[in-house]
Write a protein that binds this ligand. Structure first.
Ligand code: ASP
Length: 309
């Protein structure tokens, strides 16, 4: 069977834990599995860290990464997304890594590639899912020995438009975290019946939300997914909803601050907090490469064991 990484929910039982453990092991010097083949990256949305991270992960395993800018591809000549992907799959790469503004695109691509043996890895679809971000965040925390069952994890800011938040909560529930919270302006919090936020406490008062938190994840406002929204200016937003120096100073001494990037300094997080001792932001970036190596090993391992899948 070809293994696709579409979202956390579709991962077989135990595989999220295995990918996290493998990323941590690689980061500590475990020998990577030698892989052969190519990875094709198709990013319909802008990206710096995710694209480079996948590319470096491929290089470090011996896979050759190619990046295609869909805006300069045959998509502009009227070719459907499915046909573009089927054409690329016919050249037999190991996997396509796909990012798209429309939720559900990676599933569509996986459907189009059925029977080809080419895997699809989701690098972010709309506000729906960003599974490698969730896994690398968890690997960053696992590397520091977090106790999932006893952890209080708080996500701050724009949760409504965040694929990072949806994948994160899905993964943390799976890892056994019981105390999940979110806080932000009501216009940026999800609909109360959004199933992706099941079991997550909505705490209106940000200071109450942060009380005794072990992990705080700051999220930027996803302006590219918002048509009309009246929010206070950056300074007022920061004072009301940001992780200010003052709020960070009241966190537990062992609290860790995460941010998936890109960081908007002075808006969702104070510059001194982003660079401070609680910040794990650059560790997340570093772990991202190890985690994506683990994902490619996982994908390539399935391809090798079933060559005709
Ligand atoms: N880099 C993350 C994403 O692609 C978070 C963000 O853009 O705010 O979703």
């Amino acid at each position: 069977m070809t293994r696709h990484l579409i979202d956390i929910e579709a991962l077989p039982p135990g595989d999220a834990e295995r990918l996290i453990a493998r990323a941590v092991a690689l980061s500590r010097g475990a020998r990577p599995e030698a892989c052969r083949g190519e990875i094709i990256q198709l990013f319909w949305e802008p990206s710096t860290r995710t694209r480079v991270s996948f590319e470096l992960a491929a290089h470090r395993l011996g896979l050759r990464p190619l990046s295609i800018d869909p805006e300069r591809s045959s998509s502009t000549k009227g070719e459907s997304l499915e046909d573009t992907c089927r054409t690329l799959a016919a050249m037999q790469p190991t996997a396509l890594v796909v990012r798209h503004a429309e939720a559900g695109t990676p599933q569509r691509v996986a459907g189009a590639l059925a029977g080809t043996g080419v895997a699809v890895v989701n690098a972010g679809d709309g506000a729906r899912a960003h599974p490698t971000q969730a896994l690398l965040d968890a690997a960053t925390l696992a590397d520091e020995g977090i106790d999932w069952a006893g952890a209080r994890i708080v996500l701050l800011g724009d949760l409504r438009h965040s694929r990072v938040a949806r994948s994160a909560f899905s993964l943390y529930r799976r890892l056994g975290v019981e105390d999940l919270r979110m806080s932000g302006p009501s216009a940026l919090l999800p609909d109360p019946d959004d199933p992706a936020f099941r079991g997550v406490a909505r705490v209106e008062d940000i200071d109450a939300a942060l009380d005794d938190a072990g992990v705080v994840v700051c999220l930027r406002i996803q302006r590219e997914r918002i048509r009309a929204l009246s929010l206070p200016d950056a300074d007022a937003y920061h004072a009301a909803w940001g992780l200010t120096e003052e709020r960070a100073g009241r966190l537990r001494p062992d609290a860790r601050v995460l941010h998936p990037g890109p960081v908007n300094r002075g808006v969702e997080i104070a510059p001194g907090v982003a660079d401070g001792e609680r910040s794990r932001i650059l560790r997340q970036v570093r772990m991202g490469v190890w985690l994506r190596m683990a994902v490619f090993e996982w994908v390539a391992g399935a391809a090798e064991s079933t060559p005709s899948a």
